[in-house]
Design a protein around this ligand. Sequence first.
Ligand SMILES: Cc1ncc(COP(=O)(O)O)c(C=O)c1O
Length: 370
Amino acid sequence: MATSRRFFRPTWAEIRLGALRDNLRRFRRRMPGGVKILFVVKGNGYGHGAAACARAAQRSGGADWLGVSSVEEGVCLREAGIRMPILILGSLYPFESFLAAAEFGLTPTVASLDSARRLVDAAKRLGRRVACHLKVETGMGRIGMSPAAAVGAAEYLVGGGLVECSGVYTHFSCAETDRAFVFAQLRRFRLCLAELARAGVTPRLRHAANSAAALRFPAARLDLVRPGLALYGLYPGFSPVLSLKSKVVFLKTIPKGSVVGYGATFRARRPTRVATIPIGYADGYPRRLSNRSCVLLGGRRCPVIGTVSMDMLMLDATDVPAARVGDDAVLIGRQGRAEIPVGELAAAARAIPYEITTALAARVPRVAVP
Ligand SMILES: Cc1ncc(COP(=O)(O)O)c(C=O)c1O
């Protein structure tokens, strides 16, 4: 167990930076030359540790941009020594955030005419030019301007001479599920780009595609793609970067008929060897997985029995008679030939893979390995 800082409770997330670099290379090979890659590291790098992932991307040159959700996330990366261009994907509010974004060299998104005005005010206060990306709403219904409003905002920004619209983008709502919807959004986006061009605004970076859209639809790649999921290996054809590991801290055998955990939701049908693992819902392991998931022990899948507690869960380790206190347990990832992918846990928890990895708590150390 390699440690970058000291921890005693044997529960950690192993982050394979080599797999991340491979995924970046693999993804790059799937894109035509000239298409830039914005690596989405919001939500603490989808729970993988944003700084370590961003550093790996910066050192390998595998990505051109990084994407975060807030000024705070961008500042953390700057403080970790990241010099790459960083786009804040969220809509900034309060508007003072524009000053902080500029101070740390973060590119803000302008998603409304109001925020366009406030960005111009911020540029005036700073007395220098700043850049932004415009966000156009084409069918996500989240943040962004209608194509007509985007043209108005762009004219206003460019007219003032202090703000450069270096990018314009939209976001697909159904990239994995509805091809026709993707193309309808893309058509709306292209119409908006044409209107912007007629108004004399031609941002260098036009972008729309997340992992699924970039990989499935060449027409959606435009000048830049914004993958997250694929680079963390949570999309078919890419290698998982994160494993969630722990160790057996307690073992006992209970007689047939004994119960396990809060609410006594598990009753032993045979004499059962119960292994206790020090991870629970306060670590981000969903309580919904009580009696529904497995953990790898001795290369075998052992069912989680009883209710997942805040800090512990129990396994039926009867079929691993050699199990001992101190043995490795794998909650996500591989052990020998067995594997528990994030997708399996997500399905069992009626969640999506993004939820499982981003929910991993701060108290779970992220241990980067080559
Ligand atoms: C605006 C935006 N772009 C790109 C992404 C990356 O998506 P994915 O992880 O599916 O590649 C996200 C993720 O939620 C996003 O919100």
